[in-house]
Write a protein that binds this ligand. Structure first.
Ligand SMILES: Cc1ncc(COP(=O)(O)O)c(C=O)c1O
Length: 499
């Protein structure tokens, strides 16, 4: 049968169906050409323009008209906006773009994501995503296995570490309520318990999404206790025990201990086995935020850093960090699928109970979201394309780049290394020759100079009571010469700044 949409203009043609690819092909060619010309216009890791300049360029690309009365047509809109979008991007595929846990996505993952976008399955019901519903549990099983979970684990693909951490705290909170007041009490949430007694413990370097999640869940941001870190920026286990004992003495209850496997700045991995022992002793849920460090599990050499992760009740992994996926590609795992009980919903219009009994499974009870992209698809294609070995090699090459950067920073008199790299980040700062210069101001300013000139995107953070710079090395194709160039650019900008 002839598709009645087949002859439509490209602006209204559809991406799916038998004719979708035919409509898509010329449009994708436009996008690819414009990506190339936009990257050439930019000619660097980011546009050498202020925010005002980038805004003006985006407006100009549209002739100042974002919603014209009559559209300009698909090829023109794609051409104009894609070129300006690429020219105005901070491109993590450029080795000089090294500020954040913002990876350059693999071409294979982006190509796979195109298929997901074209088919547009939504993971909240089987009849919107039969293949997606079949695929996600397979990939969750593979990732659970990587973490070292036994069979029976469960999980879901999320929008990232923030959502995964929220889910870890949600399951921990409801587990605490159920164990204190029985399964029915969980429906009434915190009303069933004396919420003021609940505590969440994480290291002082835990990600801010933990405190935000505790706030959203009614546990309260103030209920989050920052356990001090040791000299290696890992949670100090003796301090954790002291805190837990003090809480017990006054009748407070540790709902969850959050261990971080790969802190955002220095990549420190908390001592997971010792923290698991403490969680078991005090009856606390153990959530491991491995949003950053989880990717190390692909490397047989670096996986040992995360030894003990299999003892966690729940785990956050982010494959849009050390996994080279386009955003979003978060993963949330729990050691036992039954722990997802708080998310259980029976909804008449999605996977009705009798449909499920007839063999149509539902993933609705795994996620906080209803409509949900099949982000599992690009992950599945990537795992199959590269295999564990291929992904492990990418992780190792980023780790080696970080080790090289640390050696160079330590050897350069104008730079001061803050911590030995664990994963793929290096924290350091420029050391002004003159004692009259304020190092915090100089480091902050030199970073802005590099940004303004479009020469390098270097991270900035605060650690050890001072402003520090950070290289987050997630580009596995970057070379040691690229890293040297970045450090040289920092020194040159710093020297110029203090003149
Ligand atoms: C350790 C850690 N946890 C959680 C997050 C939040 O992840 P997302 O940005 O994917 O929500 C980050 C982000 O950098 C992180 O570094």
């Amino acid at each position: 049968m002839r598709d009645r949409f087949a002859d439509m203009s490209p602006a209204t043609s559809l991406a799916g169906g038998v004719y979708g690819p035919t409509s898509l092909r010329p449009l994708i060619d436009e996008v690819l050409l414009a990506l190339t010309s936009g990257a050439a216009d930019r000619n660097g890791p980011l546009p050498g323009a202020s925010h005002g300049g980038v805004t003006a360029a985006i407006r100009a690309a549209c002739g100042q008209e974002f919603l014209p009365d009559h559209g300009v047509g698909a090829p023109a809109a794609l051409r104009e906006l894609t070129r300006a979008f690429a020219a105005g991007a901070a491109d993590p595929a450029d080795p000089r773009c090294a500020a954040h846990l913002h990876c350059p996505p693999l071409a294979v993952a982006v190509a796979a994501d195109l298929a997901a976008a074209a088919l547009n399955p939504s993971m909240d019901s089987w009849d919107q995503a039969p293949a997606g519903t079949a695929l996600e549990p397979e990939i969750i099983a593979v990732l659970s296995d990587l973490v070292g979970y036994r069979s029976g684990a469960g999980g879901v693909i999320t929008s990232g570490g923030t959502e995964s951490n929220l889910m870890g705290l949600l399951l921990a909170r409801d587990h605490a309520v159920r164990s204190e007041r029985g399964a029915d009490a969980a429906r009434t949430g915190l009303a069933a318990v004396d919420a003021g007694r609940l505590r969440v413990l994480g290291s002082a370097a835990a990600h801010f999404s933990i405190a935000r999640g505790a706030g959203l869940l009614g546990i309260g941001e103030d209920a989050v206790v920052a356990v001090p870190t040791d000299a290696d920026h890992r949670m100090d286990v003796a301090a954790l025990h002291r805190e837990l004992a003090a809480q017990r003495a006054v009748g407070e209850r540790p709902v969850a201990i959050v261990a971080t496997a790969g802190t955002t700045d220095v990549g420190a991995v908390d001592p997971l086995p010792d923290i698991a022992d403490a969680a078991a002793e005090y009856g606390a849920w153990l959530h491991v935020d491995a949003a950053y460090g989880g990717g190390a599990l692909f490397s047989r050499r670096l996986a040992a850093l995360l030894a003990g992760i299999s003892r966690a009740d729940s785990v956050a992994l982010d494959l849009h960090k050390l996994g080279w996926q386009p955003v979003p590609a978060g993963v949330f795992l729990a050691r036992d699928a039954a722990l997802f009980a708080p998310l259980q919903r029976s909804v008449a219009y999605l996977n009705a109970d009798d449909d499920q009994q007839s063999g149509y499974p539902s993933l609705l009870n795994r996620s906080l979201r209803t409509t949900r992209r099949p982000d599992v698809f690009k992950i599945a294609v990537t795992l199959r394309a590269l295999g564990r070995h291929g992904l492990g090699e990418l992780v190792e090459s980023c780790h080696e780049l970080a080790c090289h950067a640390a050696r160079r920073a330590a050897a350069q008199p104008r730079l001061e290394l803050f911590a030995e790299p664990v994963l793929s980040t290096v924290v350091f700062r420029y050391r002004p020759a003159s004692h009259r210069s304020d190092p915090d101001k100089v480091n902050a300013e030199l970073r802005r100079v590099l940004l303004a000139e479009g020469r390098a995107v270097i991270g900035r953070t605060e650690a050890g009571g001072a402003v520090r710079l950070k290289l987050t090395l997630l580009n596995p194709h970057a070379t040691t010469a690229d890293v040297d160039g970045l450090l040289d650019a920092v020194v040159a900008a710093g020297d110029k700044e203090v003149q």
